[in-house]
Design a protein around this ligand. Structure first.
Ligand code: M6R
Length: 608
């Protein structure tokens, strides 16, 4: 993962680079550093820990140069420490790197055999050594980079500056994103547009195996073989969204509360509020009428949204849906029928495995749909058709509002396919569209009970483990609830299809085990209640989430959390996920964890 920033221009580089890193902190937050020209040489400051530690170290530091690079790290090779923090400097060459150099053991041998002395345990430092060695041989910075790049295997985006070549900055990549912002006599380079948009909206997206060479106030683009390229800038139309908590103690809590708005914004482009009809837009160009097979590919929370999508789509149409984890899908031997459609769900639009899976599918000539929050992200740009979560920037590392938007878009997809196939009567269309439109206000109702969820969370701190369970479409929501607790509270939680209890998990149950059961009143309610009885009989402590005043469920539960009856089974997951998010949030807060930046994680997973 990691976030990288570069600046060339007349303004104060320290401020621009640090603010850029702040915008990218979601990509990694275990250490950070900057390296900026000062008095004709390079001055580097690095710090272990969050960006605030670097900020303190930078206070009062002056830099009189006009070029610099910065990095916020999520450790791959080498533990988080100042020594392993970027930039890595070798003989006047300074680099920042996002990605993984897979052949680093071989390169390490090469560097050591040439007498190189390694200061860190990182793969990235080797790149600085290799470039410095080429400069030692008399090559200029650009030629040195072009000589070294073909030796790097894996995923990388790299920025390089050198004391021997003041006035130059080189960016090159194969894998993780890199964007060059074109300002007034200034260049802003970053892993994500968020670090650039407040300075300029005119940007160039670097593609794989491309180099941007900034020299003497100009930028030229090349292929990695040195062939000049003509790149056309994209002019964005972004309002700069300030990352502010707006009175909430954490971004995550703010984002949980923004979910009704996120759902409304996600469904808005597809729904006519007057006629209560739905239109899939550009996707209608596909022959959805004859569609038989659909694949949904994603990671983490987005994968669980895809799983829920399977229930929605298969219930409303005759399409058979397979849902795959991207890291499995991209390597598995598969027999994808030519006419299948493949949907990729990704909040960031940058997740390495999801992107690689999309590229694999495209190579086979299949049509692809992206469901992304970040517009112009790699996955968005590479797909044939596009749906947008429209959630607004999601800063908390634990995904919440993007999940709600994805669920809503999966419902839109299910309804749209069913309609195209002539399987959705106009009465049903009206019913489902009305219930989707009503979802945001029902979600507000659930959010109003935050205080009760906070109270319920107090008890959860003391359990040894958690089983989150549900049947049907509630099963993926249970998985999502367990993931939220794991990543925020660092407690062991597993999501299970409730019907699987007798096949193993029952052995885990004793009074130290909490069962979080999703038991809304639907057609599987009675079966879910039987599973609950079995767990209770073995001493499990039940926290249940159900519909309205459900006395039966209440009597079985240590703690019963009610959600309103939305009248439509499809809307239920949008409501029941809220208590799960809030329980995890409050337990994590009670432990004093950093809920916005949980340990060991990063928001965008741009490496395998
Ligand atoms: O950006 P993406 O939706 O592709 O990210 C996928 C996962 O990395 C992400 O959902 C992750 O599981 C979150 N931390 C969950 O809260």
């Amino acid at each position: 993962m990691c976030g990288i920033v570069g600046y060339v221009g007349p303004k104060n580089p320290k401020e621009i680079i640090f603010n850029g890193l702040k915008a990218l902190e979601y990509r990694g937050y275990d250490s950070a550093g900057v390296c900026i020209f000062h008095d004709g040489g390079l001055k580097r400051i690095r710090a272990e820990g969050k960006l605030s530690v670097l900020e303190e170290k930078l206070e009062g530091e002056e830099f009189n140069g006009h070029i610099g690079i910065g990095h916020t790290r999520w450790a791959t090779h080498g533990r988080p420490s100042e020594r392993n923090a970027h930039p890595h400097n070798v003989k006047g060459v300074s680099i920042v790197h996002n990605g993984i150099i897979e052949n680093y053991l071989q390169l390490r041998e090469d560097v050591l055999s040439q007498g190189g002395v390694l200061e860190s345990e990182t793969d990235s430092e080797l790149v600085a050594h290799l470039i410095a060695a080429e400069i030692d041989k008399g090559r200029d910075l650009f030629t040195a980079v072009l000589t070294v790049a073909p030796r790097l295997e894996g995923a990388y985006s790299i920025l390089v500056v050198s004391e021997q070549f003041p006035g130059e900055l080189i960016a090159f990549k194969s894998g993780p994103p890199l964007i060059v912002g074109l300002g007034e006599n200034a260049f802003y380079i970053a892993s994500d547009i968020q670090a650039i948009v407040s300075h300029t909206q005119k940007v160039i997206y670097l593609d794989d195996y491309e180099v941007a060479h900034i020299k003497d106030g100009h930028v030229q683009f090349y292929g990695l073989k040195g062939q000049p390229l003509k790149k056309t800038p994209v002019v964005l139309d972004w309002t700069v969204e300030r990352a502010e908590k707006q009175g909430y103690p954490h971004f995550m809590l703010k984002e949980i509360f923004e979910q009704p708005r996120a759902v409304a914004a996600a469904i808005d482009p597809y729904i006519d509020v007057q006629s209560h009809t739905l239109d899939l837009g550009e996707l209608r160009k596909e022959n959805l009428k004859d569609l038989q097979r659909l694949y949904i590919v994603a990671c983490g929370t987005s994968f669980y949204a895809g799983m829920a999508g399977k229930y929605f789509i298969e219930s409303l149409s005759d399409v058979s849906v397979e849902v795959d984890i991207a890291s499995e899908f991209r390597y598995r031997k598969m027999h994808l029928p030519e006419e299948a459609l493949v949907i990729f769900i990704s909040q960031s639009g940058e997740t390495a495995d999801t992107l690689a899976a999309l590229r694999r599918v495209k190579e086979q000539g299949l049509k692809t749909v992206s469901v992304c929050n970040v517009k112009n992200s790699n996955i968005d740009r590479d797909a044939d058709y596009h749906m947008y979560m429209n959630s607004g920037a999601e800063i908390g590392v634990a995904s919440t509002k993007a999940f709600a938007s994805s669920l809503a878009l999966m419902q839109v997809m299910a309804l749209g396919i069913s309609k195209e196939k002539g399987l959705l009567s106009s009465e049903k269309e009206t019913f489902y569209v009305k219930s989707l439109l009503a979802a945001p206000s029902l979600m507000e109702n659930v959010l109003a009970y935050n205080r009760f969820f906070q109270e319920a969370a107090k008890d959860l701190k003391n359990y040894r483990g958690f089983l989150y369970m549900g049947r049907g479409v509630h099963y993926p929501i249970a998985l999502e609830g367990a993931l939220k607790l794991k990543e925020l509270a660092y407690m062991h939680a597993e999501g299970y299809a409730a019907g699987e209890m007798k096949h193993g998990p029952l052995a885990l149950i004793d009074p130290s085990m909490a069962i979080v059961m999703l038991a809304p009143k639907d057609e599987l309610y009675e079966k879910t209640l039987s599973n609950l009885e079995e767990s209770k009989a073995r001493g499990g402590q039940i926290i249940s989430i159900g519909t309205g005043e459900d006395e039966r469920l209440k009597s079985l539960s240590k703690n019963y959390l009610a959600i309103p009856d939305p009248g439509s089974w499809m809307v239920n997951p949008l409501l029941e996920v809220i208590p799960l998010q809030l329980l995890a949030y409050h337990v994590a807060c009670a432990f004093g964890h950093d809920v916005d930046q949980p340990r060991n994680l990063a928001k965008s997973v741009t490496v395998e």
